[in-house]
Unconditional design. Structure first.
Length: 646
């Protein structure tokens, strides 16, 4: 069984969603908080009450009235055995017969089957055709008003192997349907009689459609990011886990009887949660009620008094036990829906869970996972990706090509970045290296007075490639990341590189490669950190830097003595004609390395990311005017991006 498509109407944030598709394997739904991911999962589970969409479109005036029905159109594929099992289980609770609508005379199927009139012979022929398939794809619609519902077949013509409502049948109030029964042992269907519907509700279709829809809902598992129901339950003989997993103790109690299978179950549990050494079900009262217990002490798994009730364990433990039970014991493919697994498991456990789900998906099961975690997306290697976003009061669904997602991840890998670095941001500003990656957000936040939230500032990898010969190809790679249609990587709003030894003529030529390309006014970022007081303050904060406290005067003296030495400019030459311009063209990083080495008597080596960040923080606080050029550049880039971004 697997869900292949859904469309939502008039439900919570969805006024009229796009029709989206799913595939067997791992399907991922991504989006920010409160955009409609959980509502989509509720719709997929078929367990939802009517909750009409409210917006200016559905309530244009205060006196307008809402349509009370919330609708979900679901397309699901079932093997014949799965269909029979659902019918047998549903019929065991009620009349052993069900009604199935026959095609209308205007339906192409009527002619295909050679039907002449509505009689027992026609119904029997239709029965043999209908139940003679190996698999079925049903288009179902559930209309919910409050907690009541009405089921319909979809709007496409009745055709093999897809079954949905004939468009001509919709207006046919005197439609015929056959009564059928299922032989439990032989698993065959028999015709019992011909009936006439009145065109209203269940009697219009017989009762096959609502029977199928409500049975299907019992086979869909939805695991939410909330505390798991873990109260004791009756230890009967049901081996199928309920959709809400309230009988977890019951099914695990029966699983314990199979030592081999239960051992495999515990091995999977420990793969995700290695701190759990044993799990089991203990009877808690004379009424044959049992409860799930966990042992975390490897040396005490034979001590019941040292076990922890599932009610006293972390939120994710019950979720993991239930999910793994379904994976291990389901004899037929299941559709398992998981809401925000990172909400009940830490990142390491999430990755392990997803790895196990991927292994199982390769063999049989379908998983639909809603998340805002890039860890889940990366680990899942999904077959489909659906993005949920908000437009005004509406939730909007968009399908992202899974191949495109993998392509983006490959691009990110090529440049030394990960989806984790950029996912969820509105824009990316690429900078020269790790130092700028750490220091520019400080300047942006404190001097430019612009919030860094929404902007990822990331270093460009392989900066050795940033010469005129290769810069065009490098920029092209980064630009492609931002412009793949419907991608998960936000747009690049700018590239800030060191000026290095490039002349103004070369810089002008390079800027023509991209309007987003910018260069620091000075040779490199470290040139802005050559503040004697800042250097002294940072040096004095390092234990063992010097036998005596370093003063800013001593640093200033060192700079005056060495600031025009040729070795700090190569391949450029010292600005002897304009010595006051030394701070623009000197190799600032070499200078800082030399200062730390010489003034500490080689006790301390200059650490670019760590010490540059410390120097930046001091200057921002005590001499902010020295970083004004960078602050203005960042402000200009980000403010301009806001004007052009949608």
């Amino acid at each position: 069984m697997y869900i292949s498509g859904i469309q939502i109407s008039n439900f919570k944030g969805y006024r009229e969603s796009a029709a989206i598709t799913f595939e067997p394997g791992v399907n991922v739904i991504v989006g920010k908080n409160n955009v409609g991911k959980t509502a989509l999962l509720q719709a997929l589970s078929l367990k939802f009450d009517g909750d009409p969409h409210r917006s200016i479109h559905t309530l244009p005036t205060e006196s307008a009235s809402l349509s009370p029905y919330s609708s979900v159109d679901l397309t699901v594929t079932l093997a014949r055995d799965e269909l029979v099992d659902m019918l047998l289980e549903a019929l065991a609770r009620r009349d052993q017969e069900f009604g199935l609508p026959l095609p209308t005379k205007s339906d192409p199927l009527w002619r295909k089957l050679g039907l002449k009139r509505y009689d027992d012979a026609a119904a029997n022929r239709f029965c043999r055709w209908f139940f003679g398939h190996d698999s079925y794809t049903f288009s179902l619609r559930r209309n919910a008003r409050g907690n009541t519902d009405i089921w319909y077949l979809g709007a496409d013509p009745y055709r093999s192997p897809r079954f949905s409502r004939s468009s001509t049948l919709d207006g046919h109030r005197g439609g015929y349907y056959g009564r059928f029964s299922v032989d439990r042992d032989k698993r065959t269907f028999s015709f019992r009689g011909l009936m006439t519907g009145n065109g209203e509700g269940e009697s219009y279709y017989g009762d096959f459609v609502p029977l199928l829809g409500r049975s299907l809902a019992q086979y869909l598992y939805l695991f939410r990011a909330e505390r798991f129901p873990s109260e004791p339950c009756s230890l009967r003989n049901q081996r199928r886990l309920d959709p809400d997993a309230r009988n977890l103790a019951e099914v695990l109690h029966l699983l314990q009887e199979n030592h081999t299978l239960f051992g495999r179950f515990l091995a999977l549990v420990r793969e995700i949660l290695p701190e759990i050494h044993q799990a089991g079900v203990l009877q808690v009262n004379e009424h044959h009620y049992g409860e799930v217990f966990i042992w975390t002490d490897k040396e005490a798994t034979d001590r019941q008094d040292l076990a922890f009730s599932l009610q006293h364990c972390g939120t994710g433990v019950g979720q993991v036990l239930a999910i793994l039970y379904v994976l291990l014991t389901a004899k037929k493919p299941q559709t398992i829906i998981i809401d925000e697994p990172q909400g009940f498991l830490h990142p390491g456990a999430v990755r392990k869970l997803i790895e196990i789900l991927r292994r199982e998906a390769q063999s049989k099961h379908q998983f639909i996972i809603a998340t805002h975690s890039p860890t889940v997306i990366t680990a899942a290697d999904p077959t489909t990706v659906t993005v949920v976003r908000q437009e005004g009061a509406e939730s909007i669904l968009e399908i992202v090509d899974a191949k495109e997602v993998r392509q983006q991840q490959r691009y990110l890998s090529d440049i030394g970045a990960r989806l984790t670095d950029v996912f969820g941001y509105d824009r990316v500003l690429w900078v020269e290296g790790q130092t700028e990656e750490q220091c520019f957000p400080i300047i942006l936040r404190t001097l430019a007075k612009l919030p860094a939230l929404g902007t990822a500032i990331l270093r460009v990898q392989h900066t050795g490639d940033l010469n005129p010969k290769h810069l065009k190809n490098v920029l092209s790679t980064y630009e492609r990341l931002s412009h793949l249609a419907n991608g998960l990587v936000p747009p690049a709003v700018g590239f800030i590189f060191d000026k290095e030894e490039r002349t103004e003529s070369k810089l002008s030529d390079l800027r023509h490669l991209s309007s987003r390309l910018h260069f620091l006014p000075r040779r490199m970022y470290e040139n802005y950190l050559l503040n004697p007081a800042a250097i002294a303050a940072v040096a004095n904060s390092i234990e063992g830097f010097s036998k005596r406290r370093l003063t800013s005067r001593r640093v200033q003296t060192w700079l005056e003595r060495h600031k025009l030495e040729a070795k700090y400019y190569s391949p450029l030459k010292p600005p002897t004609e304009h010595p006051d311009k030394w701070v623009d063209t000197i190799h600032g990083a070499r200078v800082l390395v030399a200062i730390f080495a010489e003034l500490s008597e080689t006790r301390v080596t200059y650490d670019k990311p760590e010490h540059s960040r410390a120097l930046t923080e001091w200057i921002v606080k005590n001499a902010p005017e020295e970083l004004k050029e960078i602050s203005d550049l960042l402000s200009r880039i980000l403010n301009n991006s806001e004007k052009v971004m949608p």
